[in-house]
Design a protein around this ligand. Structure first.
Ligand code: 4AD
Ligand code: MG
Length: 477
């Protein structure tokens, strides 16, 4: 008999049908009712067993966490909480689960922190199964959005010899022995002897390679893992995270912002439409979590209301210069509530970004035209000589979710900027070639995937939206 997914039974119940279901026990009550879950949806299927369908010696093996194979008939349920249940004819325990040792018992609700320590099992909780189904839906929606618009999905390398952002936060990739590496005559490590014949690292961004693709396909995107050795132990930083980076020839900064807004709305809409049950559950979870906080720190909107608000309202667009002025004029600044000072030229701290988004505008904000000295070398220089055509999107509760810009397409300007910022011009000949051979204005951005998953699921810690988080001092599993 072919296995039926529990989701299909719960969504389109056909009373009287014989089914085979397999899954894991969530709970077992009164020696009679099994709540079975196979991960196809949030809900459990109730299995009703009778002592004539089950050998008594089997009962002790039906415990939370055990895996089961059930054959039976779909019947209307008498109990509340479910429309249908399965009356079992054949009951088999596939794999037992010692209730003394299994850490996920319904009785004691484990904390998110504890579940992080048992990340290999946490998919089996309602919260994490909902989060990772939503994460899946968002990834699918991302590919669908770009595919429907004719973008080419470009796989950019994971191992590179460049530091795209120039921030020096790379993980080195080497096969040299670290206790006694080969040395040059001057005593430096001799990377000519290394696997690739040069010094290499894990990519921090696929952007530079995506730009090369955009110069042929017009519109491309990357979606892959990126790595940053920044020692930030925050609820928004990972050492390994996934990033989506579209790059479009002939786009200017305005078109870039329009694309980013359309894109974000599209994928949120997809999740809201397709993952309603999961999001309703996550909304409840968040409301519970927020009850622990003082009233003033709780969100004004529920999760779904917040998502609907983003779908219905255009993002605010302001320049960096305007943003700084708003901060300086704010009551928070006047009452010295900010920990970090505000003046033109600062790299805004998260307290500043949150003030703009959560207190002042109360919606996502796109900040444009940042000072050139706090942004990467490749951003297009504005005529004022001080700013670049950058854009960051800031979201309530998260802060920066997108960083992007129009790119500097003028060879001379780009080379001068690279020299000023000590970017090795000669090594980057391949990047500069695009400016030599048919250069065009172009623009792109990077969306931090885990940050949008956080936004959509309402999970407060980024470690809870990626299956196996990599953070400073932690690479378990
Ligand atoms: O602003 P970033 O550094 O921009 C770039 O990497 C550009 N090359 C993108 C482009 O224009 N193609 O990073 C982009 C986004 C951030 O806005 C943030 O959402 C996310 O990536 N991000 C991180 N997410 C989790 N953990 C980290 N350590 C992150 N660093 C950046
Ligand atoms: Mg950024």
């Amino acid at each position: 008999m072919k296995r039926t997914r529990i989701k299909d039974i719960l969504q389109n119940p056909e009373i009287g049908y014989a089914v085979n279901v397999k899954g894991w026990v969530r709970s077992f009550r009164n020696n009679q009712f099994i709540a079975l879950n196979d991960g196809s949806c949030l809900g459990n299927l109730q299995i009703v067993i009778t002592l004539d369908s089950v050998d008594e010696s089997l009962l002790k093996n039906i415990t939370a966490g055990a895996s089961m194979n059930i054959e039976g008939i779909v019947v209307a349920s008498m109990g509340k909480g479910q429309a249908v249940e399965v009356k079992a004819d054949k009951v088999e325990v596939i794999g037992t689960c010692d209730p003394e040792k299994f850490p996920l018992q319904l009785k004691n609700k484990p904390s998110l922190e504890y579940l992080r320590e048992i990340a290999h099992l946490r998919f089996r909780t309602n919260t994490f199964s909902a989060v990772f189904r939503v994460r899946h839906a968002l990834s699918f929606a991302i590919h669908k959005f770009f595919n429907d618009r004719g973008f080419v999905y470009l796989h950019t390398p994971v191992i590179t010899a460049s530091d795209a952002e120039g921030a020096g936060e790379t993980f080195r990739v080497t096969t040299l022995p670290f206790d006694n590496p080969p040395r040059t005559e001057s005593g430096d490590i001799d990377y000519k002897e290394d696997f690739f014949g040069r010094s290499t690292n894990l990519t921090v961004s696929g952007q530079l390679e995506a730009e090369l693709g955009a110069m042929a396909f017009s519109e491309v995107y990357t979606f892959g893992p990126t790595f940053r050795a920044e020692n930030s132990n925050t609820a928004r930083h990972l050492a390994e995270f996934w990033m989506i980076e579209p790059e479009v020839a002939f786009n200017d900064l305005t078109a870039n912002m329009d694309l980013a807004e359309d894109f974000i709305r599209y994928i949120i809409d997809y999740a809201v439409t397709n993952n309603k049950e999961d999001l309703e559950f996550l909304e409840q979870r968040l409301t519970e979590e927020e009850k622990q906080k003082p009233q003033a720190e709780r969100s004004e909107m529920g999760l779904l209301e917040k998502l609907q608000f983003v779908l219905d309202n255009k993002f605010e667009r302001i320049t960096y210069t305007e943003a700084i002025q708003i901060l300086i004029d704010s009551p928070a600044y006047k009452k010295k509530k900010f920990k970090y000072d505000v003046s033109w030229g600062i790299d805004m701290q998260s307290e500043h970004e949150r003030y703009l988004v959560e207190k002042h505008f109360k919606k996502p904000v796109i900040v444009t035209d940042y000072p050139k000295d706090i942004k990467a070398f490749y951003m297009r220089q504005n005529d004022d000589g001080k700013t670049v055509a950058a854009m960051d999107i800031l979201a309530p509760g998260i802060g920066e979710i997108v960083g992007g810009s129009q790119r500097e397409e003028r060879l001379d300007n780009l080379v001068t900027r690279m020299e000023q910022m000590h970017i090795p011009v000669e090594e980057m000949y391949w990047y500069l070639d695009t400016r030599r051979f048919g250069t065009v204005p172009h623009a792109g951005f990077g969306l931090g995937f885990e940050r949008i998953v956080q936004f959509v699921t309402g999970m407060t810690n980024i470690r809870d939206v990626i299956p196996f988080p990599r953070t400073p001092k932690n690479a378990e599993f």
